[in-house]
Design a protein around this ligand. Structure first.
Ligand SMILES: Nc1ncnc2c1ncn2[C@@H]1O[C@H](COP(=O)(O)OP(=O)(O)O)[C@@H](O)[C@H]1O
Ligand SMILES: [Mg+2]
Length: 494
């Protein structure tokens, strides 16, 4: 008998069917990966399993017996615990307090004893964390370990991990996987949500793919390959992953001579052609992000000459100067640099554009709504309405909101910095398509990315950087992952 069976689970939210008759099952001691684009319904399904949400329809069976959960505590009493994407620990309490918080049996235990108990548990798990430390002093990965310890203190049978690797380093991922294997060997079943397919192949036994609230399939990872899973996730062929239909011309649209960002980028010169997607690649720390910040005026650049659309740019001391010249940057860290999470989709799109929707000093909300609606449609932003708060959107859709707000005033030069990081495959393809369209409409496109496949497949030319210097400017057939890697470690390719 299966440890867990979820049958025909349906969950509706205003405007979306988040889950549509989804079946899911779990074996004992299995690591089961749950994958799908952002918005596919993974978190919702797991919130139902962990008692946070109630399904509109469907049944849950544990060891063959039907169960219903009215709260997180009820799910926990059946051995089900979830470690959330946004780790829900109390920052100002200690590790020990967090681990045992909410367990009734500990209400009368002294602080000292809590710390001792937590210390024993952490030691047994070989987690190197001080139990009396405040959680706010811990790193993300340490917080994750506290969440795991918290779940284990509750005699967990099913541990749900919602994108635990999204915000930790490669080294920490390795450690997390060791812990997961260890838990598995103790008979604990794990449901693992991740975007990264290589991780899934490394750690999981089976996989279930969701798309648009529907279950597409479940199977052993021995029977699936990467391409099949991607195809199931995005509902299209892998060859359609990197659409390229921009028409690169010979006409020079933007040129810089001896452009530098003191401390980060040594003087370099390049030009950008009309219709071109110009790539910039290089390892972490090579200066490519700083080059982007320099082009946007966020780091003060030096340059001998800069010409955009035939007009010489004299001053680029701030983002304001950049925007006035029609230069935009889609930033790397959309959560802190690009968006106000607590505001609606419309307000985020309108915020930097109030000058064009204002009459005297009043904002024309009707016009704002029209603009927002247009971009929601154009960029296929999946949101029930323009009034939805941005924090409730998936990563891919948040990224599209960032892009939308900069496109309201048609840019002349758009610098995209890691625009597809951490977002689902479907949104990635849409962002690639958007770059093609913008290029064809005459916007200069600079595409900075650490993902070599997207650089290789989308760019007409690629500048490679190493320690703040340009080590190659590759064209056509020269653009290969191998050449880029060579130049990125400082080997002169040409
Ligand atoms: N609390 C909520 N209110 C309204 N819509 C929601 C809520 N939670 C999720 N959704 C919507 O349900 C769908 C599935 O979301 P989610 O389960 O978070 O997807 P995933 O975790 O696969 O990215 C999305 O369209 C999302 O916008
Ligand atoms: Mg999710």
């Amino acid at each position: 008998m299966k440890l867990l069976e979820m049958k025909q689970i349906t969950k509706r939210f205003p405007g979306v069917v988040a889950l549509d008759k989804v079946d899911f099952d779990l074996e004992r001691g299995e690591i089961h990966a749950l994958v799908g684009e952002n918005g596919a319904g993974k978190s919702t399904l797991m919130k139902i399993l962990s008692g946070i949400l109630k399904p509109d329809e469907g049944k849950i069976f544990l060891d063959g017996k039907e169960v219903t959960f009215n709260s997180i505590l009820e799910a926990q009493s059946h051995g089900i615990s979830m470690i959330h994407q946004e780790l829900n620990l109390c920052e100002n309490l200690t590790v020990a307090e967090n681990i045992f918080l909410g367990l009734e049996e500990n209400w009368n235990v002294s602080k000292k004893n809590l710390v001792r108990k937590a210390g024993e548990l952490l030691k047994q798990l070989e987690f190197d964390i001080q139990p009396d430390k405040k959680v706010e002093e811990l790193s993300v990965s340490e917080k994750q370990l506290v969440s795991i310890a918290k779940a284990l203190s509750r005699k967990v049978k099913i541990l749900i991990m919602d994108e635990p690797t999204a915000t930790i380093t490669e080294h920490e991922v390795k450690r997390l996987f060791e812990i997961m294997r260890d838990l598995k060997n103790r008979g604990i079943s794990i449901i693992f949500i991740s975007h990264r397919l290589d991780e899934i192949f490394e750690i999981a036994d089976r996989v279930t793919v969701l798309r648009d609230g529907k279950k597409i399939g479940t199977g052993s990872l021995r029977d699936y390959d990467r391409d099949t899973i991607i195809q199931m996730m995005i509902g299209r062929k892998i060859s359609e992953m990197y659409p390229k239909f921009n028409k690169c011309t010979e006409e020079v649209l933007f040129e810089v001579e001896e452009f530098s960002v003191p401390g980060y980028v040594e003087p370099l010169s390049f030009e950008l052609r009309k219709g071109e997607i110009f790539g910039i690649a290089g390892l972490v720390g090579c200066g490519k992000s700083e080059l982007a910040l320099g082009l946007f005026g966020a780091l003060k650049p030096h340059f001998k000459r800069m010409v955009l659309f035939g007009k010489e740019i004299k001053r680029l001391d701030s983002p304001l100067d950049a925007l006035e010249n029609g230069i935009i940057m889609v930033p790397e860290d959309r959560k802190t640099l690009g968006l106000v999470l607590e505001l609606s989709v419309m307000k985020n799109i309108i915020l930097p554009n109030t000058d064009i929707v204002s009459r005297f000093i009043k904002i024309d909300w009707k016009q704002s709504a029209r603009i927002a609606e247009r971009f929601v449609r154009q960029l296929n932003i999946k949101t029930p309405s323009i009034k939805q708060l941005v924090k409730n959107l998936s990563g891919g859709n948040q990224q599209k909101v960032v892009i939308a707000k900069y496109l309201v005033k048609k840019p002349r030069l758009a610098v995209f910095v890691e625009p597809t990081r951490g977002i689902d495959v479907g949104s990635k393809v849409e962002i690639y398509e958007l770059m093609n369209h913008l290029a064809n409409e005459g916007t200069g496109i600079i595409f900075i990315s650490s993902e070599l496949p997207e650089i290789v497949n989308l760019c007409d030319r690629v500048m490679v950087m190493h320690r703040g210097r340009m080590t190659a400017l590759l064209e056509k057939d020269e653009i290969s992952q191998e050449n880029i890697m060579k130049a990125a470690v400082g080997v002169q390719v040409k």
